[in-house]
Design a protein around this ligand. Structure first.
Ligand SMILES: NC(=O)c1ccc[n+]([C@@H]2O[C@H](COP(=O)([O-])OP(=O)(O)OC[C@H]3O[C@@H](n4cnc5c(N)ncnc54)[C@H](O)[C@@H]3O)[C@@H](O)[C@H]2O)c1
Length: 376
């Protein structure tokens, strides 16, 4: 091992090498920033981080987090960015500051992992497009729910082909029924569910769409929140492959529906809102449809109009795995992949073009819902 006690030994190509830990800092040590302090340092067999600096505009919160996690404390972002030891900055400030904070960190020579929403305004979108061009390999986006166990499980099922050709999917985030009243429900703070959960579901929806977007339809509503942001979001994406993906985010559904439903021409998958169990019903993979034709006459049989009265169904209930806390799991996956990218040149699985496409769609949705006073 090297002198750096946190270096880890890894097989790189054909050789074992000592690879150093990534020294990182977190700006914005609130609800989610606290998790980035906690989980990245916990490390795994094949990645290692060291938290060297924290930044927060709230001195009390900063002091509390520094006492808990260690690291140098900075109230001022410019001073934080001047910390020469820190090579990676995780930005978890309020949404409206994300794109500008990322630009400042990149200009200071840091690698950047930027929280979602990566931007909130059209100006943010253009700024991030420029930063992506000007700082190749330095800017990464935290579309962490790509690594939710349920989402990863369902992608494996889709790739296995048991559901056949996918024609439609629905993804729903039905939050607790409530009058949500924090800053994330105020448009002047960059809030509204389009920016809060929109990035997660649009990103997952685009992965399921698996083709360039041909059309976007949306309807946003403010139903219960005392804020001026949207708390009920419906978006329908169509792909150039004719696939349709429906997304719904709401704080006003008293009986939550499933998190996910996927319809293929050989079967269906449904995953519950808690994301613990997948129900699958699909045709035996050996089964081939016999020839059939539609009859122009009146149906002869009562109550059944199908060509195949008996179908060889397989029905399964599968537990979502791993059965860990999904919020912990997504942190582990992001930390691991980013380490592999920065230390071993393995491409980061969340492509910047994907994240920028999420923002492009968000901008389209905002234009389709002009009754909201969108920030910027
Ligand atoms: N990826 C995810 O799963 C996920 C989950 C939750 C939140 N988020 C995102 O993370 C961001 C933060 O959300 P949160 O719930 O942690 O909010 P929060 O209000 O709990 O935390 C934000 C922190 O940033 C600090 N801050 C604000 N302006 C600052 C500045 N200029 N310089 C330094 N510190 C500053 C605040 O004092 C606060 O401690 C939001 O954009 C949110 O969308 C992402």
């Amino acid at each position: 091992m090297t002198e750096d006690l946190r270096a880890i030994q890894m097989n790189v190509g054909s050789e074992m090498k000592d690879i150093s830990s990534i020294k990182y800092g977190v700006c914005g040590v609130g609800r989610i920033g606290e998790r980035h302090c906690r989980h990245f340092v916990s490390g795994g067999e094949d990645y290692a981080y060291e938290l060297v600096a924290l930044c927060d505009a709230d001195p009390d919160r900063l002091a509390a987090m520094a006492a808990k996690f260690g690291g140098k404390s900075y109230c001022d972002y410019a001073d934080f960015l001047g910390d020469a030891e820190m090579e990676l900055v995780i930005i978890a400030t309020r949404s409206l500051d994300h794109a500008v904070n990322a630009a400042q960190a990149l200009e200071a020579g840091k690698n950047v992992l930027l929280e979602k929403p990566i931007g909130v305004t059209a100006a943010d979108f253009h700024l991030l497009q420029r930063l992506d061009r000007e700082y190749p390999g330095k800017l990464f986006f935290m579309h962490n729910l790509r690594f939710q166990p349920a989402f990863m499980n369902l992608q494996e099922i889709l790739s296995s082909g048991v559901l056949g050709n996918i024609n439609a999917a629905k993804l729903c985030k039905h939050h607790q029924f409530m009058r949500r009243n924090d800053w994330q429900m105020r448009l002047d703070c960059g809030g509204g569910q389009l920016s809060v959960w929109g990035p997660h579901l649009i990103d997952q929806g685009l992965q399921i769409l698996d083709a360039p977007v041909r059309g976007v339809w949306s309807a946003l509503r403010r139903i219960l929140t005392p804020g001026d942001g949207d708390d009920h979001v419906k978006i329908i994406l169509t792909g150039t492959n004719d696939r349709v993906v429906e997304l719904e985010i709401s704080n006003s559904v008293a009986l939550p529906g499933p998190y996910c439903e996927i319809y293929g021409d050989r079967g269906t998958l449904v995953c519950d809102q808690e994301q613990k169990v997948m129900q699958l019903k699909y045709l035996d993979p050996e089964f081939r449809w016999p020839e059939a034709q539609a009859d122009a006459g009146s149906p002869v049989s009562k109550g059944y109009m199908g060509a195949d009265p008996v179908l060889p169904w397989i029905e399964e209930t599968r537990k979502v795995t791993p059965e860990t806390n999904p919020w912990d799991q997504v942190e582990i996956e992001i930390a691991k992949h980013l380490y592999h990218t920065l230390r071993m040149d393995i491409p980061f699985p969340i492509k910047n073009t994907d994240a920028l496409e999420v923002l492009r769609i968000t901008e389209m949705v905002k234009k389709q819902n002009p009754e909201f006073e969108w920030a910027g």
